[in-house]
Design a protein around this ligand. Sequence first.
Ligand code: NAD
Ligand code: LMR
Length: 329
Amino acid sequence: MTRTPVNVTVTGAAGQIGYALLFRIASGHLLGPDVPVNLRLLEIPQGLKAAEGTAMELDDCAFPLLRDIEITDDANVGFAGANVALLVGARPRTKGMERGDLLSANGGIFKPQGKAINDNAADDIKVLVVGNPANTNALIAQAAAPDVPAERFTAMTRLDHNRAISQLAAKTGAAVSDIKKLTIWGNHSATQYPDIFHAEIAGKNAAELVNDEAWLGDTFIPTVAKRGAAIIEARGASSAASAANAAIDHVHTWVNGTAAGDWTSMGIPSDGSYGVPEGIISSFPVTTENGTYKIVQGLDINEFSRARIDASVKELTEERDAVRELGLI
Ligand SMILES: NC(=O)c1ccc[n+]([C@@H]2O[C@H](COP(=O)([O-])OP(=O)(O)OC[C@H]3O[C@@H](n4cnc5c(N)ncnc54)[C@H](O)[C@@H]3O)[C@@H](O)[C@H]2O)c1
Ligand SMILES: O=C(O)C[C@H](O)C(=O)O
């Protein structure tokens, strides 16, 4: 039986993450090896020509699953019938820009895109915001889409989750695939908290195995939280292939489910769990099944973790208050 293609919209398609992302979506890594896709590339006018070049290359791959590519600078066209939207294009912070300016500039992107999703996307739309500040951009888009269930707007912390697994594997000598139940809490920023207290390595508690609070506080947490900045410093550009890979992982897990005995991290609208104020888009441990996610409940949060979760959540509430003041939500 031929499946109906899934419409996947990618904003910022001509950017560096877009370039790393589109070929993997078209080859079946986002949704599965038997799911055909239509790609909708949304760019600003200056990005259209480069997006056309990328589309030519996509054609040249002759991907069996890629049915159609449309390139546009009109958000209403770009999100028409979208089942999955990856909001990558954002306004980067430039020299001398204050945080309020950054939030305001991104409000000018994510508010109209949220409205265009509200008015044009398919009923089952799932949104992942990658463009920074991802959590608050997701909040802005969500607020502009009152007809879309709030939980369909998510922000990417899967890159942080993958970074944390990799660091933990390097420290312990374990295989990456042996590490389960790691959690990123809070914001996709330097305040995020990668939590290994519930993580397992080949079935054993990770924090007990590591048994080194100094490494945890002085090495592991800052390495993961500041990895984005370290990559910018080393590469002269922000992470692209690893960010695209995490976006693929995020949506693939959301659609296809978490494995038994494991969970993942997603930035999602808080329902008040773990004392995180309702409504802000914060990272939590989640399990997924049949295209929906649930926050893992009942985890014991020790003092070390509580202080770090609270600090990141405080930053998120401040960002929410700032965009509220700017009239963006
Ligand atoms: N959440 C994460 O883990 C994570 C990781 C890495 C990067 N990021 C963020 O992802 C974003 C994109 O990174 P990049 O390296 O691809 O940037 P980039 O500058 O290479 O590309 C961004 C693209 O977005 C386009 N764009 C700008 N405004 C747009 C709009 N209104 N509609 C459609 N397209 C628009 C630009 O023309 C450009 O082609 C940045 O905000 C970056 O900070 C997030
Ligand atoms: O683009 C950035 O500022 C860094 C990025 O969010 C990352 O985590 O790699």
